[in-house]
Design a protein around this ligand. Structure first.
Ligand code: FAD
Length: 518
């Protein structure tokens, strides 16, 4: 009762409760919720954290937050809301690293999944079973303790398993192993009716595929089985600088084609690329490309008058130092790099522990946090661009951006569509190879472009890209027509799945796809 903040008018027992401190829902809902017997707790106070996310753009405060003590708590809460006549909505919140309020719910109930943690590696090491609120860094650590690792990662591992699998989970390994949603063996899900279901490709596959990339619309992921493989111990990490987009893109395609030719094991299993400004800015200029202790030879760069931006390939070849010597890996990498068209000699390499490589963005986070540059506005946008449209995209979108307004990384990397199971809810362009292009902007305090300027730019980029057959990753559509266009041929099934698994449209309402039903 203390956690619920109840106040009693007189005498003991629920019948005597006249007000529930801090509860802004209908009195009957407040009382019924407060009476739920939970392993964890439900609070009507201290809910403001759930109105904030990484984007710092949208803010909707929930009426209550469930801190689940068990999966049972989640099922109990959802079942209760489903059966009641209230119109309360529910959103699972991983770590709230969405950019547009997707894990928020105005005057509804947020389930704080970060209270459901834990990873367990199976006896034979075939998979790791992780709680929905577990962070990928902890999934990795639990797996590494057994000499194993998942195959497909994110660039940033301090994100929750459930939040990521509701979207896709992409990184430089996606071309090789598929997105994280292609590396799941089994899910445990609480549907929008409160049913607790274990599903996989074979059992309740309809729910399994609906939930993967399903934007939290069909159920709350409480557990996921992720397949494992023997872990590397080290990574040979490569950055190679390019003066022109065409060569940069051609080499990315060349490298991923090695995988199609089944030469993957000898290739890089991580391929990304980034845009930098042709300036010596330590933040986003060419100086950010070399590793510590290395420098760019500026005499080899085009003058900024001829090229205002440069590109660099980021590659990684992982190895187990007990099985393979660094020298042999370096030799293989030299051979792989030999045909590439980067600026001669402007290639930078280093060997580093596997876990340091995978957790590299967190290192950047700590630096940004210390400088007060983490908890700021992030109008992020990620587009999937068909490979055939990349030249036009570069000409009509990338090249038109005022270089002085690049205020964060721009990532560009190719992905193979055949690694995405079409049965999943996640959507890709209708082409065998597409590029992920992410504009990861932030709004500096009083410096650089304003939030409005960046949001407008994202919107213009999207409008131009949509005509080229692009799709949004972490989509942020608001009209029914736009969602229908986003899902295309998958829309009818998406709607059908919603009717089956969340018939009252209670879950993740801030994705703005469906309207809450009674
Ligand atoms: P939240 O923001 O909390 O939730 C996202 C959505 O999923 C919401 O609709 C929510 O209701 C729903 N949800 C949350 N948990 C569950 C659950 N257990 N079951 C069902 N639905 C749930 N993405 C990539 O793919 N690759 C990257 O490399 C990458 N890097 C990133 C780096 C940073 C610094 C940030 C901020 C984001 C990055 N992302 C990346 C985006 C990230 O994957 C998504 O924002 C993801 O949704 C965040 O996970 P989260 O746990 O914070 O989810």
């Amino acid at each position: 009762i203390a956690t619920l903040g109840l106040s009693h008018a007189s005498g003991p027992g629920p019948a005597a409760i006249s007000t529930i401190d801090g509860c802004t829902l209908a009195a009957s809902d407040c009382m019924a919720l407060a009476a739920l017997e939970l392993d964890g707790s439900l609070t009507f106070r201290d809910t403001s954290f759930a109105a904030v996310d990484f984007g710092h753009i949208v803010s909707a405060r929930p009426a209550a937050v469930l801190h689940p003590g068990s999966t049972r708590d989640i099922a109990k809460l959802v079942r209760f809301v489903y059966a009641s006549s209230s119109n309360v909505s529910i959103a699972a919140r991983g770590v709230g690293h969405s950019a547009n309020g997707q894990a928020q719910v105005l005057n509804g109930i947020v389930i704080d999944m970060s209270d459901l943690r834990g990873s367990r590696v199976s006896a034979r090491g075939a998979f790791v079973e992780a709680a929905g609120g577990e962070l990928w860094i902890d999934v990795l650590r639990a797996s590494l303790a057994k000499g194993l690792a998942p195959r497909s990662f994110l660039d940033y591992l301090h994100l929750s398993v459930g939040g990521t699998l509701s979207n896709g989970g992409i990184s430089g390994q996606t071309y090789f192993w598929g997105p994280q949603i292609s590396n799941v063996l089994q899910l445990e899900v609480v549907t929008g009716t409160g049913e607790l279901v274990t599903c996989s490709r074979r059992t309740r596959s309809d729910l399994f595929f609906a939930v993967l990339g399903g934007l939290g619309q069909f159920g709350i992921i409480t557990k996921a089985r992720i397949n494992l493989q023997p872990s590397a111990t080290h990574v040979h990490h490569v950055h190679a600088l390019y003066a022109d987009f065409a060569s940069f893109q051609r080499d990315q395609l060349r490298l991923i084609s090695l995988q199609q030719q089944r030469k993957a094991i000898a290739s890089f299993e991580y391929i990304e690329g980034h845009l930098v400004t042709n300036s010596d800015s330590l933040v986003n200029g060419f100086s950010s490309v070399p590793f510590e202790g290395q420098t760019v030879n500026v005499n080899l760069l085009p003058s900024p008058g001829n090229a205002s931006v440069l590109y660099y390939l980021e590659l990684a070849k992982s190895y187990n130092i007990a099985l393979e010597s660094p020298a042999s890996v370096h030799e293989q990498v030299s051979q792989l790099l030999a045909p590439l068209a980067f600026i001669p000699s402007q290639v930078f390499t280093r060997d580093e522990p596997f876990v340091d490589f995978l957790d590299r963005v967190h290192t950047g986070e700590l630096t940004l946090r210390a400088a007060g540059l983490w908890e700021i506005q992030h109008p992020w946008s990620t587009l999937f661009v068909p490979a055939s449209a990349m030249a036009t995209f570069e000409r009509t979108v990338l090249r038109t951006v005022d270089v002085s307004t690049f205020n964060g990384p721009v990532n560009i990397f190719p992905v193979n569509r055949n690694k995405w199971d079409p049965q999943m809810s996640a959507v890709t362009p209708d082409e065998d190879i597409f590029f992920t292009v992410s504009f990861l902007n932030s709004v500096g305090a009083g410096q650089g472009p304003t939030l409005k300027a960046l949001v407008d730019r994202n919107s213009q980029a999207w409008q131009a890209c949509e005509r080229l057959g692009c799709k949004q990753f972490f989509p942020t559509h608001t009209s029914r027509a736009d969602w229908e266009a986003h899902f295309g041929a998958k829309w009818a099934k998406f709607v059908l799945n919603k009717r089956r698994f969340d018939p009252k449209a209670m879950l993740s309402p801030k994705q703005n796809i469906f309207t809450r039903g009674q």
